[in-house]
Design a protein around this ligand. Structure first.
Ligand SMILES: [Zn+2]
Ligand SMILES: [Zn+2]
Length: 467
């Protein structure tokens, strides 16, 4: 068996690892690169392998940096199947249709505006085409084969696979793969994105199963997340200061996971009287759809949340939220006075409705932009975190005067100690590869693992022979 690393290698997006075995080839994840628009555009358009040569896809979870290139794979000739947990399959319907929609809207907007300013367009005068459309997404969705956690399936002949709960978002999974090499049994675990233990709402990650080889994410290698209390304190301070200035709060957040956690934290602060009641808007048709999907999967909640739901309580604080579905309502938020919170996708502020909210927010020092998730290099979110004086949003330059607050505690990713514990759980005596991390983070994680000489940090296109 050989692994080819085709994405999320020394970077956190574009997750794609191709396993080449004697009986076929198996792709782990098929995510989009996210980052500087022009650069990620080019990387996303060209799949680095022949789609037709892929015999099966195993998907760890529904986040776009893991699933977003699936419709492109299908458009390029892949015929399925796509193995995922039932909740991931459900989420992908909402996420991928939304991705197709965002791409169509962005392409339309860019084509219109670039022309208006007479620059001939960034695409050398050619109109920008979306990567795929709704028909491609529908074809991909028909290829999904849902599985439960710990249920064995055979994605390619002679290769067995099963999912375990990664505790990262609804439906997220690590994958264990086993096969025979000559007479010897061999196995590999792919961590997917690992969640954090002891977080509210969804279940804790299951310990990674034992295997000979491990491919582990390292997003927060070397970093220890602050505890729940200091996170709530920081959020309380941010809200109070923004109220004092009479500004609004904009939170770019993935529709899945983070959005629910931010609402949950605001709910706790309001319920305990630490901040006044304030309007909360979730501006994302996707988040509204996701909310319905989440309600269909009670199996993902931790015991506490499940019990509260059964008692008819609202442990997620959803009663405080106004869901914004249509674009008109979304625009009205820009004229709204006073302090309120708008949570809107995308999480790295590189696409979607949040761009329009940021346009109307970043230039005014009254307002606050709260960053709650990891921001990949090259994204608008990353530039805001870095504190650049000017940002380009949908083709226009804006001066950043709003307060930018980074609250890392909301991360849905395991921190360094949790990753080290998961690597120990797996064992992986024959070797480990660290993916889904900037180089610095990957090196920090490697330094924390025993036998660092057996730990590789692949670059894109690297091959790893498992024998
Ligand atoms: Zn993820
Ligand atoms: Zn990811």
């Amino acid at each position: 068996m050989r692994v080819m690393f085709w994405g999320a290698a020394r970077t956190v997006t574009g997750s794609k690892h191709l396993l080449l075995g004697r009986t076929g080839s198996l792709l782990l994840d098929c995510g989009l690169f996210q980052g500087r628009r022009a650069e990620s555009e080019a990387r996303n358009r060209a799949l680095p392998f022949a789609a037709l040569s892929v015999d099966a896809l195993v998907l760890s979870h529904a986040h776009i940096d893991h699933s977003g290139a699936i419709p492109l794979l299908v458009k390029s000739g892949f015929e399925g199947p796509i193995h995922a947990t039932a909740a991931t399959a459900d989420l992908c319907r909402a996420m991928l249709l939304d991705a197709a929609h965002i791409q169509a809207k962005d392409a339309e907007w860019l084509n219109r505006h670039e022309k208006n300013r007479g620059r001939g367009g960034r695409n050398h005068g050619r109109p920008i085409e979306p990567l795929y459309d709704v028909a491609d997404v529908e074809r991909a969705l028909a290829m999904f084969e849902p599985h439960g956690y710990e249920e064995a399936f055979e994605p390619i002949p002679g290769v067995e696979a099963s999912f375990s709960d990664a505790g990262h978002i609804l439906g997220s999974a690590a994958v264990r793969i086993s096969w025979k090499d000559g007479g010897a049994a061999r196995s590999l675990v792919f961590s997917g994105d690992q969640g954090r233990p002891h977080r509210p709402i969804i279940r804790d990650p299951a310990p990674l199963p034992r295997a000979d080889y491990l491919i582990i994410e390292g997003t927060y290698g070397g970093h220890t997340h602050p505890g729940e209390d200091s996170l709530l304190e920081a959020l309380e301070r941010v809200v109070r200061e923004t109220i004092a200035r009479g500004g609004r709060i904009v939170v770019p957040a993935f529709a899945v996971g983070r959005t629910q956690e931010v609402v949950h934290a605001l709910d706790r602060l309001i319920a305990s009287g630490r901040i006044p009641e304030l309007p909360i808007f979730i501006d994302s048709p996707l988040a509204a759809n996701v909310q319905e999907i989440v309600q269909r999967h009670p199996e993902v909640y931790d015991a506490e949340t499940e019990a509260a739901l059964r008692r008819g309580h609202d442990p997620l604080g959803m009663r405080r939220v106004t869901m914004v579905r249509d674009a008109e309502q979304s625009k009205q938020l820009n004229d709204r006075k006073g302090t309120f919170v708008t949570i809107s996708a995308s999480g790295m502020a590189e696409a979607g409705r949040v761009l329009h909210h940021l346009k109307h927010t970043v230039e005014d020092p009254k307002h606050t932009v709260v960053i709650v998730g990891y921001q990949a290099e090259g994204t608008l979110g990353r530039r805001l975190v870095k504190g650049v004086p000017e940002v380009r949003i949908l083709g226009e330059l804006y001066t950043v005067r709003a307060r930018i607050e980074v609250l890392n505690g909301f991360s849905a990713h395991a921190d360094h100690p949790a990753l080290v514990a998961q690597a120990a759980s797996c064992g992986a005596a024959r070797g480990t590869a660290i993916v889904h991390a900037d180089l610095e983070r990957a090196e920090a994680l490697r330094a924390g693992l025993p036998d660092a000489s057996r730990v590789r940090i692949p670059v894109e296109g690297d091959a790893w022979d498992l024998r």
